[in-house]
Design a protein around this ligand. Structure first.
Ligand SMILES: [Zn+2]
Length: 423
């Protein structure tokens, strides 16, 4: 990271400056436009919140205000969405379809349904209107223009988290507080993701990188944004504070992929020693962290049709970052370089070095039908990408062979008339 910063080009400095100035201007314009009309107390709080300053407000991003509580949906669509929710614990759950059926409100509808079905609303005496508002704010603070890190990904991770919470070892031991935090962490774990990675934020001198001292920059931002929304909605303000915010943070921070090896070796050690005891609160929290990590990277363990779609979306986001880097003469991140990388290559690497090692251990911990299903999909999907890559490579080499042959023919046929002229 240090060398990235020290090798900052004049271009990248200029880029960072332009970004900040542009955003600041938009911010000033927003304040002016707000001052022209009635400003609610809630909006004032939003405008003054430091965490949300500059970057994280939907006002700046120009997302139009939506009707937060009423969705005008065709009865048929609502009926189909409700039918889908009856099978919300199914590993084949199609979040893309559910998002279409709910008119882009998958995160709100799914999380509300899960809170309700676990009885968390009654148990924690949650105000239904506050809960809806809170979920709508979360959903809106995901950037819908991100191909991958948007509210549909958050909904998908929340659904996967629910599937893991339903696994016998967890279902028998997790307390209502664990369930509440687990679902909240899943729904907010990528809140206000900018669609670029941490090294990009560091090399462009983004204010978030400075704020979090170049360490788990995105995850810290997701956590602090979630805490900001909890405070703003006052959803849990009637409950004792305890260590809720810290626990939420520790769950979200666990999704930092650069820390994966630490979690993995701790998990392995526990499994080797067989010393995990889920009546122990610290052990339950650790398993929640691992479950959230699994939920976050479970795309390759879904059925091929869904898995492939997620892969294409995440690669689109990576390549978009690479395009910005190229445009601004920054070093292009190899993973984000569309000129030297492909969806298949990225996926095979991701599955081999990140997903498989984690899910192998998860399957040791939770040896169930779901784990077998996930490992089965993972293996088939990896095979699918390998076959696709081999086919692609065979086509490319055939095409270049044909090109060479036709070029050779061309040069021969060009030489003949020349020779005939000479003769
Ligand atoms: Zn995520």
């Amino acid at each position: 990271m240090g060398c990235c910063v020290s090798s900052m080009s004049a271009h990248s400095h200029r880029f960072a400056l332009v970004t900040v100035v542009g955003v600041a201007t938009a911010w000033q314009a927003q304040i002016l436009s707000c001052s022209a009309g009635p400003v609610s107390a809630r909006n004032v709080r939003r405008l003054l919140s430091f965490q949300r300053y500059l970057h994280s407000s939907r006002f700046i991003r120009g997302i139009p205000a939506s009707n937060p509580l009423g969705y005008i949906l065709d009865d048929d669509y609502t009926g189909q969405a409700k039918l889908m929710l009856e099978k919300v614990g199914n590993w084949n759950f199609d979040m893309f379809l559910f998002d279409r059926l709910t008119n882009g409100n998958s995160l709100v509808n799914l999380t509300f349904h899960l809170f309700n079905s676990y009885g968390l609303i009654e148990l924690f005496q949650l105000d239904m209107v506050k809960l809806r508002r809170f979920l709508v704010m979360i959903q809106e603070d995901y950037r819908s223009l991100n191909p991958y890190h948007n509210a549909v990904h958050a909904a998908d991770v929340t659904q996967a988290m629910y599937c893991y919470l339903q696994e016998p070892k967890l279902a028998e031991t997790m307390t209502s507080c664990d369930l509440l935090l687990g679902l909240l962490a899943a729904a907010t774990h990528d809140l206000d993701h900018p669609g670029v990675n941490q090294p990009f934020l560091i090399k462009t001198n983004h204010y978030l990188a400075a704020l979090y001292k170049n360490s788990s920059v995105l995850e810290n931002h997701h956590w602090k944004s979630a805490v900001g929304l909890l405070r703003e909605s006052a959803l849990l303000s009637h409950l004792p504070t305890e260590d809720r915010s810290e626990r939420l943070g520790s769950l979200i921070l666990a999704t930092d992929i650069s820390r994966q090896n630490n979690y993995l070796s701790e998990f392995r050690t526990h499994l080797d020693k067989r010393d995990l005891c889920l009546t122990n609160g610290r052990h339950r929290h650790f398993i929640l962290q691992i479950a959230l990590k699994c939920a976050d990277i479970c795309n390759p363990c879904r059925p091929w049709k869904l898995s492939k779609l997620w892969s294409e979306k995440v690669t689109e986001e990576f390549f978009h970052q690479g395009d910005i880097e190229r445009k601004h003469h920054l070093e292009v991140t190899p993973l984000c370089d569309r000129q030297s990388n492909s969806v298949a290559n990225i996926q095979i690497g991701f599955m081999t070095y990140v997903v498989e090692p984690l899910f192998v251990e998860w399957s040791r911990f939770s040896d169930t039908r779901l784990s077998q299903t996930m490992m089965g999909h993972l293996s088939l999907n990896k095979q699918g990408w390998k076959e696709g890559r081999d086919k692609q490579e065979a086509n490319t080499s055939r095409a270049s062979e044909e090109q060479r042959t036709s070029a050779a023919k061309d040069s021969n046929s060009k030489e003949l008339p020349q020779g005939s002229k000479r003769s």
